[in-house]
Design a protein around this ligand. Structure first.
Ligand SMILES: *[C@@H]1O[C@H](CO)[C@@H](O)[C@H](O)[C@H]1NC(C)=O
Ligand SMILES: CC(=O)N[C@H]1CO[C@H](CO)[C@@H](O)[C@@H]1O
Length: 203
């Protein structure tokens, strides 16, 4: 199941890259925009991935961001959507909270492959637990309008510690580090704009 998921997602990347293989002069553009999206691994694998017929069945955030719509008249079937796919460019998959300090959140750093910190647990009876919106596993993305995704533990936590005011606004991605930092993560443009406007609104 996991292997299938990876194959489908890489397929779209392959489309994007091989689409440009006919326009070698644009190769650099593809590489650099791809880099901005943090796609190193996906692209590396995509270059060696075999071509596939699944291309037209899926539109990923990558396709949308690159401006390639691969959705055809043939409506995608549910089985073509990876079971663990979470759209990282849909605000619905983010949680916004406004909390006073101390928040009672135990954060932990992701594996160094990704960086960034996530909610390890909530202190019982603490501010965050009482607020009830956060869940263990949520990935911290922004503190106020400051992007802290991918930062190491001290820097990310430092942003919370340094924040002033009666309460601090946090935006977290509800998904795994891989879904956010991997090939299906948001584009840099989308994330910048999202952070700039203050992230997810506290529901
Ligand atoms: C967010 O911050 C991280 C760590 O400094 C950086 O790698 C990433 O490019 C930033 N993203 C945006 C959209 O500014
Ligand atoms: C998806 C993912 O890699 N999440 C990891 C973030 O980092 C923590 C701690 O290293 C891991 O337990 C998670 O699995």
């Amino acid at each position: 199941m996991k292997a299938t998921t990876t194959a489908i997602l890489l397929t779209s990347t392959t489309t994007a890259v091989s689409g440009f293989a006919f326009l070698p002069q644009n190769n650099n553009q593809v590489r650099s925009t791809t880099k901005l999206n943090g796609l190193f691994d996906g692209v590396k694998e995509a270059f060696s991935a075999p071509p596939s017929q699944l291309d037209s069945e899926r539109e990923t955030p990558i396709d949308r961001w690159m401006g390639w719509s691969v959705v055809s008249e043939n409506a995608p079937t549910d089985s073509a959507v990876p079971s663990d796919f979470v759209d990282s460019m849909d605000e619905k998959n983010y949680v916004g909270v406004e909390l006073t300090k101390p928040m009672g959140i135990v954060f932990e750093e992701n594996d160094s492959e990704y960086g960034g910190i996530f909610v390890q647990s909530l202190k019982e009876g603490g501010v965050a637990a009482e607020n009830g919106k956060l869940q263990p596993g949520d990935q911290l993305v922004a503190v106020g309008t400051k992007n802290v995704s991918g930062m190491d533990f001290d820097d990310a936590l430092g942003a919370i510690i340094e924040s002033e005011g009666d309460s601090t606004k946090l935006t977290l991605f509800r998904g795994t580090a891989k879904q956010f930092y991997g090939p299906t993560g948001p584009s840099k443009e989308w994330l910048s704009a999202f952070c700039e406007k203050g992230g997810a609104s506290p529901q």
